[in-house]
Design a protein around this ligand. Structure first.
Ligand SMILES: Nc1nc2c(ncn2[C@@H]2O[C@H](COP(=O)(O)OP(=O)(O)OP(=O)(O)O)[C@@H](O)[C@H]2O)c(=O)[nH]1
Ligand SMILES: [Mg+2]
Length: 185
């Protein structure tokens, strides 16, 4: 099983659509995917998870419940999950991380990356919406530092993509295959 996780509206569903051609529900507002949705891809199951964080039209306690459900889903399926793709919004993530950090809070993306690593799940960070990012390299270096990923491991961990324009999706596909192969050795 491969899971796609990340904050609401970062483009998880769009990326799955680009990768697989499977028509998962996508949308302009955060909170489109409300339950884990499975699609089949090359004989594997890809799970499109709801986003965590702000969701349009949903009260805070429901958002919290959905986040708990995501965490439980991942914990319950940890043995089966061979790969996680953590999708972040390349434009918004650095700003949000900076803001949370200043408040002395651990940003959700950072927390979530740590959570996946603690469970021993190989994780790729797809830095999406790079069509809106001026300096991609700087963005990735910043995220790597915040996530605690050593400089030498950046190429095997971070991939800049634009799901909307299909940019670099092939590179992501290759890295996914590589990570899964090295796992099965
Ligand atoms: N500019 C730009 N917009 C994108 C990109 N990828 C996705 N989007 C837009 O971001 C919005 C959210 O896309 P979704 O794929 O529904 O996002 P999601 O992460 O699945 O959202 P939830 O299911 O609500 O958690 C849509 O309006 C997409 O068109 C991208 O690479 N660049
Ligand atoms: Mg979605």
């Amino acid at each position: 099983m491969i899971i796609f996780a990340g904050r609401s509206n970062v483009g998880k569903s769009t990326l799955i659509f680009r990768l697989t051609g499977k028509k998962v529900k996508r949308g302009k507002r955060p909170g489109v995917t409300r339950k884990p949705v499975e699609v089949e891809w090359r004989g594997k199951r890809i799970v499109d998870l709801p986003g965590f964080g702000f969701m349009s039209g949903l009260p805070k306690h429901v958002q919290e419940r959905i986040k708990d459900e995501i965490v439980h889903f991942i914990e319950d399926n940890a043995d089966e999950i061979e790969l996680a793709v953590l999708v972040v919004d390349g434009k918004a993530a650095p700003e949000i991380i900076e803001r949370w950090g200043k408040r002395g809070e651990i940003p959700i993306d950072v927390e979530f990356y740590g959570f996946l690593r603690e469970l021993g799940i190989p994780t790729i960070v797809a830095v999406n919406k790079i069509d809106k990012v001026k300096n991609v390299e700087r963005t990735i270096n910043f995220l790597a530092e915040k996530f605690g990923v050593p400089y030498s491991e950046i190429p095997e961990t971070f991939v800049p993509v634009s799901a909307k324009f299909g940019e670099n999706v092939e590179v992501l596909k290759k890295l996914m295959e590589k990570k899964m192969r090295s796992q099965n050795l």
